[in-house]
Design a protein around this ligand. Structure first.
Ligand SMILES: *[C@@H]1O[C@H](CO)[C@@H](O)[C@H](O)[C@H]1NC(C)=O
Ligand SMILES: *[C@@H]1O[C@H](CO)[C@@H](O)[C@H](O)[C@H]1NC(C)=O
Ligand SMILES: *[C@@H]1O[C@H](CO)[C@@H](O)[C@H](O)[C@H]1NC(C)=O
Ligand SMILES: *[C@@H]1O[C@H](CO)[C@@H](O)[C@H](O)[C@H]1NC(C)=O
Ligand SMILES: *[C@H]1O[C@@H](CO)[C@H](O)[C@@H](O)[C@@H]1NC(C)=O
Length: 584
């Protein structure tokens, strides 16, 4: 995928581009939205200049520099591999290579040398995102997007391990019969990227998707191959959707209708549903649908009850993009990786010496109601839990704020279940809000506006006198006979420093309230708050940069600002240890 720094910039750039087009009546094909900081491309900072204050402790981060999309995650011979887009020379986007790390538990990672970097005519201007497929005979193959000229022309290449006996697959080779796929006439060659993991049809042919666009229509191009070398574009894309703009990083995989197991990407049939996720270049967020893979027509049909478009379901309603899943045969689960960019100004990233993190990998399953996915941090994360503090049956009246005395509130994992006596006091959901996104509703209400049932939840990365805090909370509304649950992760008061991107991220939670309970888990890690509402039905990530609520001065509280008292049924919090590197 490509990086540009803000939606606003994008709009301005589009207007400027249109003007330019009128004036020049020509188009050079270079992305208007593609903000490249040439002046910083070759700056090379040293580790000693890297600012540590907001660095994460247990989220994935290299020692320095810029990272973006997770690439080609896979499990091979007892080892998890994570590749990712990386600028080896600075903390802004540019000079992109595939950095490579390995792990045996998804938590403790050891960096290796970059696996794929520009070196051949078919990728000399960049090695962009892609996926891994483990071919029969236990042979991993990577497909990735190569940039072949200064005009950003995109092709799809492959790379294979140089030595299959090397337990860490350190070295990768890019054979000379690359590229495998070039954009044929009719395909926009600057919007043609991010090949998926391949799946095998009943006819024995492999299939992959490549993301792209035709005008404003997002497209998941389908390619087929018998031998993984010669790829032929299918007449019809697997799926397209008007007015969604360029699709980046498509991901397509099966989930079982019943049960929690993950499935190999090639599994199909009546016992499975399929999921298609796309990353929206225009809005810089993702959406997914659940649907049916019609293997005869080789087309994907989203379920009618779901929104196929900008207002569709999201893995995460916060700072989360360019995600990718893989099947983990070791524990029979499907795991999701997502990237969170920084929310501070570019100059701060340069000063820090780093930018971007990978979020905690999440196990994903289908909600038994079939209407959405459920996500939960991989169980291995729990090995980092240190000292536990807990609360039970503690009542929170209106205005109460209670400290959770966890050892390091800046580096913690907290799980809480609230219960409430009734839903009677839920506020009316204003009819005018039906047109709004959850985020807009959250920014109108927030944690400071008293409600009936809620706002209640956690105050993370909070300073003692609440000059700074990032509240993660619920608010329950009544809309006719139904209840609407809003979950917010509101960064507006997260930092006293100006210039931060600090939205009141929010999502609705499709949860049955008949047991009058709501649960919340937050992973707090210095500059990230990654939250899971209602056992993983709604997830929201915020990147925040407190100035007071740092290190030992960060606090964690539970609060209630609704008129109805709520009870902390159980709360468990742990301070989190730092992962180790493996010795290899
Ligand atoms: C890039 O596009 C411009 C305008 O179409 C063209 O003149 C130039 O030759 C192209 N450069 C390359 C390397 O393809
Ligand atoms: C091709 O895609 C690029 C990148 O999304 C876009 O800037 C350009 O306008 C597209 N060209 C056409 C003809 O649609
Ligand atoms: C391949 O890796 C194995 C295991 O690390 C090593 O013993 C062997 O020498 C390597 N082969 C080559 C050709 O490098
Ligand atoms: C609760 O509401 C009061 C009154 O609006 C406000 O002063 C306070 O900051 C709120 N608490 C939180 C945690 O937002
Ligand atoms: C992350 O950064 C913020 C602030 O610059 C932008 O507004 C987002 O668009 C950006 N997100 C992505 C996915 O690039």
């Amino acid at each position: 995928m490509e990086y540009f720094s803000s939606h606003y910039y994008h709009k301005v750039a589009r207007v400027l581009l249109l003007l330019l087009l009128f004036v020049l009546v020509c188009e050079n094909g270079v992305e208007a939205s593609h903000r490249v900081y040439y002046e910083y491309q070759s700056l090379s900072s040293t580790s000693s200049s890297v600012k540590q204050q907001h660095r994460t402790a247990y989220h994935f981060q290299p020692p320095q520099h810029w990272i973006n999309d997770p690439n080609g995650p896979m499990y091979y011979n007892g080892v998890y591999h994570l590749f990712y887009q990386y600028n080896p020379k600075g903390s802004v986007w540019g000079n992109i290579v595939w950095a490579h790390s390995v792990s045996t538990d998804l938590i403790n990672w050891t960096p290796l040398d970059p696996a794929i970097f520009p070196s051949k005519p078919f990728d000399q201007y960049g090695c962009w995102s892609g996926s891994a497929t483990v071919l029969p005979g236990n042979k991993p193959t990577i497909l990735y997007t190569g940039i072949i000229d200064a005009n950003n022309t995109q092709v799809q290449n492959y790379a294979v391990p140089a030595n299959l006996s090397d337990p860490y697959l350190r070295e990768w080779v890019k054979p000379d019969d690359n590229p495998l796929i070039v954009p044929q006439i009719g395909i926009n060659k600057t919007a043609f990227r991010d090949p998926t993991t391949a799946w095998k049809g009943k006819d024995g042919h492999w299939r992959i998707l490549v993301g792209g666009r035709r005008k404003h229509r997002g497209i998941a191009f389908l390619y087929r191959s018998r031998d993984f070398k010669k790829w032929v574009k299918a007449k019809h894309p697997l799926h397209t959707k008007a007015e969604t703009g360029n699709w980046e990083c498509p991901d397509f995989f099966p989930v079982p209708k019943i049960g929690l197991k993950g499935l190999d990407t090639s599994v199909m049939g009546t016992n499975v549903k399929h999921v298609l996720k796309v990353s929206l270049d225009v809005t810089r967020y993702e959406y997914y649908t659940i649907g049916t893979y019609d293997t005869k027509k080789d087309r994907y049909v989203p379920d009618k009850t779901l929104v196929d478009g900008w207002k569709g379901l999201r893995y995460d309603y916060g700072n989360f993009y360019a995600s990718k899943t893989f099947f983990d045969p070791n524990k029979n689960r499907r795991i999701l990786w997502g990237w969170a960019n920084e929310s501070d100004p570019v100059q701060d990233d340069i000063d820090k010496g780093w930018a971007g993190i990978q979020l905690i990998p999440r196990t994903i399953t289908l909600d038994p109601n079939g209407k959405q996915l459920i996500q939960w941090p991989v169980e291995e994360l729990e090995r980092l839990r240190g000292q536990n503090v807990y609360m039970i049956n503690q009542v929170l009246n209106k205005g109460d704020r209670v400290e959770v005395p966890v050892g390091t509130a800046a580096q913690a994992d907290v799980e809480v279940t609230f219960n409430f006596p009734s839903l009677d006091s839920a506020e009316e959901f204003e009819p005018s809000w039906r047109k709004l996104d959850a985020q807009d509703v959250c920014s109108e209400t927030g944690s400071t506006v008293e409600g009936g049932l809620g706002p209640f939840g956690l105050l993370t990365l909070a300073s003692e006198n609440l000059e700074e805090y990032t509240p993660v909370f619920f608010r329950v509304f009544k809309d006719g006979k139904k209840y609407v649950v809003l979950m917010c992760s509101d960064a507006r008061r997260s930092s006293l420093k100006d210039g931060m991107y600090n939205p009141s991220f929010a999502g609705f939670v499709d949860v049955d309230l008949s047991d009058k309970k709501l649960s919340l888990r937050s992973l707090v890690d210095h500059s990230v708050v990654e939250s899971f509402g209602a056992n993983g039905k709604t997830c929201i990530t915020s990147r925040v940069y407190p100035t007071i609520a740092v290190g030992d001065n960060a606090h964690l509280y539970v609060f209630n600002n609704g008129t109805t008292s709520v009870t902390i049924e159980t709360l468990d919090a742990w301070d989190m240890k730092r992962p180790d590197r493996m010795n290899i």
